[in-house]
Design a protein around this ligand. Structure first.
Ligand code: SF4
Length: 496
């Protein structure tokens, strides 16, 4: 954890469960972006399944639809998958059956409301070399193209997941060595992905050539760990070892130990900037940059770009609190918990009417009257998607007595859909693609509104200058997609 994390307020960020659980768009009550998926891998630890359980629990904010663990003991696979949260899917009884030292595991977010156990990962297949399990985070932008070709050659698909496309490519390879078959398969696909492959005696990890999705490697004694975020290593008592490099193929087996290979040269580095802004947990580091510290810098930068005189600063929990603290530090305006999240509201499966949507937001967030009444409030949020939630929160603050509500957003206007694993609505539903900033201000009933500049965002993340967009993907803000996007490229997450 970063040394910069020191105040009590900051510590509060991770003393409880840090989830964006319930904050995604799946139940339609809050118009936040949908998380993607999380992967976790263990090689060479006798308690692989238990470690996976804790690792997945730390990654729960990345997906709450399904969870699964597949374990290999050198001879065979054992796996368990189910719908729901990690704590709902796994218990002592099913975990103790998952014996073996190597594992891959997954938490999944589902787009478009499609919740099917058949799509829960890891997916398990047979290929020329034996059993194969696959877990992934991301989305293939040429999946439809590749799938059509495979179907023309006789392949039959059982799920709608991109992972199955890769499984079919591996199955068609002439290679029996998994790492060679994986290399051949990955050279035929495009997009964003962090893949974990498991056979009965090998574990293979691969990251797309742009490094769009986060993927890190850790150690626990002699064991190797892989995860979407470093917070999963902290959860199992492991330590961060290094980031998986874009285009890299890491192979672990008993004979050779760790073999560091590549399937592709690095292409334009483009790690997802929304991970820094919203998705990742504040105690995670990505490319050695702490997420909480980056968000604080975004808040400070916002204050420099769009200062407003006010009495209190508050952040929309959980992901905007770090930026709100940064804004408060920069301006000297006190940070207060003007909005609190009800952590026990549970997921809401109702298809809400307009009135119930209003109620649903109140079920998840409350304005603290004694803090905001009679005050000029700066409300920091990380993004505005459709604008409907922002309006409700601003109104909630006004109903609680705020005399002015100034909205500051710690990202540029979100104007373009994501093809790399983030569940985003159609462009026509994105308020920033349809309205001017002044029109958005009116629509959300704010006294003033400002979005962080792209330059301010890139400097706040703090990746080295020189690369395009300082090595970040910013396509949802500037329409500069780092890969080929075709008419067939599907928006969202390839786990579906
Ligand atoms: S388009 Fe946006 S959300 Fe998607 S990977 Fe790029 S920065 Fe992330």
């Amino acid at each position: 954890m970063s040394d910069e994390i020191k105040t009590l307020q900051e510590q509060q960020l991770w003393t409880g469960n840090y989830y964006n659980e319930d904050m995604g768009s799946r139940d339609g009550l809050l118009d936040k972006l949908g998380e993607e998926c999380g992967v976790f891998g263990v090689y060479g630890h006798s308690e692989a399944a238990s470690l996976s359980y804790y690792g997945l629990h730390a990654l729960q904010h990345r997906g709450q639809e399904s969870a699964g663990i597949c374990v290999a003991d050198g001879d065979s696979f054992k796996y368990h998958r189910g719908m729901g949260l990690v704590k709902e899917v796994f218990n002592n009884d099913n975990l103790t059956t998952l014996t073996g030292a190597n594992s891959i595991s997954h938490v999944r977010y589902s787009t478009a409301g499609e919740s099917k156990l058949a799509n829960a990962q890891p997916l398990v297949f047979k290929y020329r070399g034996g059993d194969l399990a696959i877990a992934t985070n991301g989305n293939l932008t040429n999946a439809a193209e590749v799938k059509r070709k495979l179907e023309d050659m006789g392949s039959i698909f059982q799920t709608t997941s991109d992972t199955e496309v890769v499984a079919h490519l591996i199955a068609r390879s002439k290679h029996t060595e998994i790492e060679l078959a994986v290399k051949e398969a990955l050279l035929q696909v495009e997009g964003a992905y962090a893949f974990l492959f498991l056979t009965k005696d090998k574990l293979v990890a691969a990251l797309d050539p742009h490094g769009l999705r986060p993927f890190v490697m850790g150690r626990l004694g002699n064991a190797y760990l892989f995860a979407s975020e470093t917070c999963a290593f902290d959860a199992v008592g492991g330590t961060y070892y290094r980031d998986v490099i874009p285009g890299e193929l890491l192979v672990l087996d008993a004979k050779n130990g760790l073999v560091e290979d590549r399937f592709s040269p690095i292409k334009q580095r483009a790690i997802c900037s929304m991970e820094y802004i919203y998705f990742a947990r504040p105690d995670s580091d990505m490319d050695s940059i702490n997420i909480h510290s980056a968000r604080k810098r975004m808040g400070k930068q916002l204050a420099q770009e769009a200062f407003v005189d006010a009495d209190v600063v508050t952040g929309v929990p959980d992901s905007s609190i770090s930026a709100a603290i940064g804004f408060a530090e920069q301006t000297g305006i006190p940070y207060e918990l003007g909005l609190i999240k009800n952590r026990y509201s549970g997921r809401t499966f109702i298809q809400p009417s307009q009135e119930l949507r209003e109620q649903g937001v109140k079920m998840k967030l409350s304005a603290v009257r004694s803090i905001v009444a009679g005050k000029r409030v700066v409300m920091i949020d990380d993004s505005i998607v459709r604008g409907t939630t922002s309006l409700r929160i601003v109104n909630m603050l006004r109903e609680a007595g705020a005399t002015e509500v100034h909205v500051r957003i710690s990202s540029p206007p979100f104007m373009n859909p994501c093809y790399y694993g983030i569940d985003t609505p159609d462009r026509k539903e994105l308020i920033a693609a349809q309205k001017s900033i002044e029109e958005i201000r009116v629509a959300i009933n704010a006294d003033s509104l400002y979005f962080l500049s792209k330059e301010g965002l890139l400097n706040s993340i703090g990746r080295p200058k020189g690369d395009v967009n300082q090595g970040n993907c910013t396509a949802c803000f500037d329409n500069m997609y780092p890969t080929r996007i075709t008419e067939e490229s599907e928006v969202g997450c390839g786990c579906d």
